[in-house]
Design a protein around this ligand. Sequence first.
Ligand code: AMP
Ligand code: GLY
Length: 421
Amino acid sequence: MKILVVGGGGREHALVWKLAQSNRVEQLFAAPGNAGTARLVENIPLAATDIDGLVKAATTRKCDLVVVGPEVPLAMGAIDSLHEAGIPAFGPSRAAARLEASKTFAHEIMKKCNVPAAEFRSFDSFVEARDYVAQLSFPVVVKADGLAAGKGAIVVESFAEAETALRDMMERRVFGEAGDRVVIEEFLEGREVSLLAFTDGVNVAPMVPVCDCKRAFDNDEGPNTGGMGCYSPPCFFDSGLVREATDTVLLPVVRAMADEGWDYRGVIYAGLMVSEKGIRVLEFNVRFGDPETQVIVPRLESDLAEILLSCVEGRLEPAAIRWTDRCSVGVVLASGGYPGPYRDGVPISGLDSNDADVALFHAGTALNDNLGTVTHGGRVLAVVATGDGIADARNRVYRNVARVSFPGMMYRSDIALREVA
Ligand code: AMP
Ligand code: GLY
C-alpha cells in the first residue's frame, strides 16, 4: 500500500512512525510533513489546505490511501474531493466535519440523540449574547462557534470578562468568522479525558483513553495551549467508563450522522468531563488529537494501516484491535513564549540521544541547510515513553527530555504526576 499522510505536526509524525511499521505499507508520503517525517518518508511540499494539490499528488503517486490529520482541510471538504477523484481517504466528509467545525451543530446533534452535554445557547448578535450573560451566574464558558485552533473557549468569571470575550469574538473578530457566532455554555466541573475512536460510519472502536494537559505551566497554571503533554490511561477512566462513553456518546452520534447521510469514516474524538453527575461532552473533534496521538499509537499493537483501510472500506472490526497494557507518557517541548509569540529557526541539539524504545516526535521543526534541524513552531517536539505503569513511563520520558535542548526550550515537569503522587 502507498499512503499519503496530510499535515505537518507531531500527530502526523506519530502516524507515519506507526504506519512505517506495517508490513502492508510499501511507501509513505507526508504533506507537508516536518523534519521528523523527512527521516522516515518523502515529504511533499504542499500545504495541508491545498486540496487540489493533494488530490494531484495522491493521483500521480498512485496512493491507495490518504489520511488527513488536521481539522481545517477536513472542514474544507478534503475527503469529498479525494473521493470524487477515486482516491480512498480516511476522515469525515465536509458535512460530517461540522461536528468539530461548528459547536452549535455539535450541540444540536447531541440534543437530538440525548448525549449528555453542558446547557448551551447560541448567538449571532453581540447585544443578544451580552443581554443573555447578564442574567447568568458565573463562571460560564464563552466559545467561538467555528474553528479557532483550540483557543476559542474562554472560561469567564464575571459579566465584565464575558463582555470582553464576546466583544473580542464578535466585534474585534480575533478568531475571524469562527467568532461571528458564539456559544455560551454552562461551566462543568470534574476531570477531563479525551476518548478517541475509529469509525467506519457504523461501527465504533474506542482507542485507549488519554489525559491532555492543556495549560502552559506546571500545576495547570497559565494560558491554554494546544496541549503540553499527555498520558494514557488515566486511572479514573476505567474500561467500564470507556464502554459507557462509547455506548452513550460515540455510537449515538455516529448513527445520527449515518441517518442523515453524512459520510463519516475516520476518527471521532470526544472531549469529556467526568463529574459526580457522570460523563458530559465538552467538545467533539473529527480527527486524531495532537498530542494525544503521540501517546496512543505507541500503545497500539495492531496494524494501523489495516485499521484505517478497514474504516474506509466499511469493515471495521472493533474486537480485532489490540492494545498493550503498558502505559505511555508524552511531554511536549515548546518554544519560549508559546502560546504567545516565540522565535523560529533556533537550532536543536540532542535529537538522536533518545533511548531506542523512547520516541521523539517532531512537531514544529524544519531543516536548515546551515544549522541542521531548527525550531519551526510553538510546539517543537514530543518525547514519548511507555513503561510498566505511569511512574515507570514518567521516569523514562523525563530522563530523555533532559537530553534535548534548544535556547528558550520550555516544558511542563508535572505531566502525569497526579497519577503517581
Ligand atoms: P473546547 O475548545 O470546547 O475543547 O474547550 C477547550 C477547553 O476549555 C476544554 O478542554 C476545557 O478545559 C475547557 N472547557 C470547555 N468547555 C467547558 C465547559 N462547558 N465547562 C468547563 N470547562 C470547559
Ligand atoms: N489536544 C487537543 C486537540 O487535538 O484538539
